[in-house]
Ligand binder design. Structure first.
Ligand code: B12
Ligand code: SF4
Length: 488
């Protein structure tokens, strides 16, 4: 670690004040008043493991760079004397011996146990820890038991306040800003200069947050009430500042507001960059938008087809998808030079063991460029989780299993073991070399993107069969006891 650059160093630090008992919530000695150095903030993301690829000492994430930590650091651009270090455990080693004045950890469900262990570790060492992110917003009481402060929802206005309060030694227990009233998001430039590590797609951007749809299995409607957009000029400024020609939008559903999307994609044309993103299958019905997407540099789109059964779609409140139109959507995107990453959820209530072969056959016949499968998952803190829990269908309360690759919901028409085996089989069959070549044959769109994407999933298949984490459908566990400390 370059301590000169980061201001963080390992070992005991005289400037951090007396170590504090972790159970002393909220009151910390401020950094010494005679502090001649900047306040040191360490922002962490625990290792998401499944997308991590290691070759010797080198580690890659086979996904896009998250914007979470760089955005948080960007939010305090107006604050003096802050020295940030950002560490994404998916691409770097976590600095367990680091010394800082404040640590912020971002938590999603699949990495919550590791995030809590990290938080406990640093609090034991007397460093105040703030937790935030999707999982903290969904289960605040659980997270509060491992933190000095928690931040719920978006942190655009609260994070600068957290930093000021921590500097003054007066952290509150909970920070929660009301959602922006007008659905317009003002986010300063992310501090990409602090982003380290290797990502398959190092440049990512965000134009919107949230979604207008309410698919039952999705966490997005549970955490963001509306669809928020950033002013197009801000997004363009942000993308213009990125090095390189390629980037990914990590918005969950880019095309929710047609007028906004038209304005955004028109503004992208002069930048002459290539990009990928996520949207719904509705794109197939909009020839004007398709045309514009292609002109704006769109080269791949990830679409949640989810199921090849209309009944299955209705069961997850995704009736706006129409199976009989899927082939047309794929064809239209291919005609515009756009690769299709199609997502399917396996283990839905209507699925029998026939679903695996049916899906693989369809994916091959439709020439899906990069297929992707997830298991039906109800994320804790969502209405779906509460419903299935009441029905006794939650198999694992071990949040580590919530990576959509473990059987956490008891299937109705097959056993958990059949679903687990069928899921692995579906991945293996799809990403056999012969299957990949068959899907790519004669396909002129973006062969490089398709090759890299399919190669990454082939590695993942190997992991599904050889990593002991995936040997069982899930690790059955009892519901966690209620949290001891309630933040309310
Ligand atoms: C990039 C990304 C990833 C990255 C990194 C994720 C991470 N955060 O660690 C990778 C590729 C590793 C990943 C993996 C997965 N992901 Co993902 N991912 C995303 C994505 C597309 C973008 C995240 C991002 O950059 N957002 C932009 C930033 C600015 O927003 P933000 O992260 O929400 O942060 C804001 C607030 O939440 C808050 N905040 C967040 N963290 C913190 C921390 C502190 C200290 C504070 C104060 C505030 C704070 O402040 C920020 C500014 O307002 C999101 C969808 C989305 N657009 O958010 C899904 C999302 C986070 N992923 C999701 C899922 C389901 C997964 C996978 C299970 C999917 C899969 N099968 O691959 C795996 C999980 C693997 C695992 N074992 O945990 C879900 C999370 C659901 C949940 N309950 O946890 C999301 C919300 C997508 C969705 N539609 O459901 N993902
Ligand atoms: S369309 Fe996508 S982002 Fe929107 S609620 Fe459904 S699954 Fe979630």
């Amino acid at each position: 670690m370059d301590t000169e650059k980061t201001g963080l160093r390992t070992g005991v630090d005289e400037g951090a004040g007396e170590p504090l008992a972790p159970e002393t919530p909220g009151i910390f000695p401020p950094p010494p008043p005679n502090l001649t150095r900047p306040m040191r903030i360490l922002l962490l993301m625990p290792d998401a493991r499944m997308h991590k690829f290691r070759l010797g000492r080198r580690v890659w994430s086979l996904r896009e760079a998250p914007l979470t930590l760089t955005t948080l650091a960007g939010l305090t651009a107006g604050e003096p004397d802050l020295d940030y270090q950002l560490v994404d455990g998916s691409v770097e080693d976590l600095p367990l011996e680091a010394v800082a004045d404040l640590i912020g950890i971002s938590v999603i469900t699949g990495n919550a146990p590791r995030a809590y262990a990290l938080a406990d570790h640093f609090r034991m060492r007397g460093i105040p820890v703030v937790l935030g992110g999707v999982h903290v917003t969904l289960l605040p009481e659980e997270a509060a038991a491992h933190a000095d402060a928690i931040v719920l929802g978006m942190a655009e206005t609260t994070w600068p306040q957290v930093v000021r309060d921590a500097r003054a030694g007066r952290l509150e227990r909970i920070y929660q800003a009301p959602p922006p009233p007008d659905a317009v998001l003002h986010v300063p430039l992310p501090r990409r200069d602090l982003q380290a590590g290797r990502y398959a797609m190092p440049a990512s951007a965000q134009a919107t947050r949230g979604c207008n749809h309410r698919c039952e299995f999705c966490v997005v409607p549970a955490i963001w009430q509306k669809f928020y957009t950033r002013p197009v000029a801000d997004v363009v400024r942000d993308i213009r500042a990125m090095p390189g020609r390629r980037f990914a939008f990590n918005d969950v559903s880019l095309l929710e507001n047609r007028e906004y999307a038209l304005e955004l994609f028109t503004a992208l044309i002069p930048l002459r960059k290539e990009w990928g993103g996520l949207c719904t299958a509705d794109i197939g019905k909009d020839p004007e938008m398709l045309e514009l997407l292609a002109r704006s540099g769109c080269r791949y789109l990830l679409i949640g087809f989810e199921s090849l059964s209309e009944k299955g779609l209705l069961s997850i409140r995704k009736g706006f998808n129409h199976v009989d139109q899927y082939r047309e959507v794929v064809g239209a995107l291919h005609d515009h030079g756009i690769s299709v990453q199609a997502c399917f959820v396996l283990g839905l209530d209507g699925d029998t063991t026939a679903v695996f072969k049916e899906t693989v056959d369809w994916v091959n016949a439709a020439r899906i460029d990069i297929p992707r499968y997830s298991l039906y998952t109800a994320f804790p803190g969502t209405p779906l989780f509460r419903k299935l829990d009441a029905q006794g269908r939650i198999l694992s309360y071990n949040w580590d299993d919530y990576d959509t690759m473990h059987v956490t919901v008891k299937p109705l028409l097959m056993s958990p073991a059949e679903l687990h085996e069928g899921f692995r089989w579906t991945y293996r069959e799809t990403f056999r070399v012969r299957g990949i070549l068959r899907r790519m044959r004669g396909c002129s769109v973006n062969s490089l993107i398709n090759l890299v994407g399919n190669g990454a999933y082939r590695l993942f298949v190997h992991r599904l069969y050889h990593d002991e984490r995936f040997a069982l459908p899930c690790r059955p566990s009892a519901p966690p006891p209620p949290p001891v400390s309630c933040p309310a």
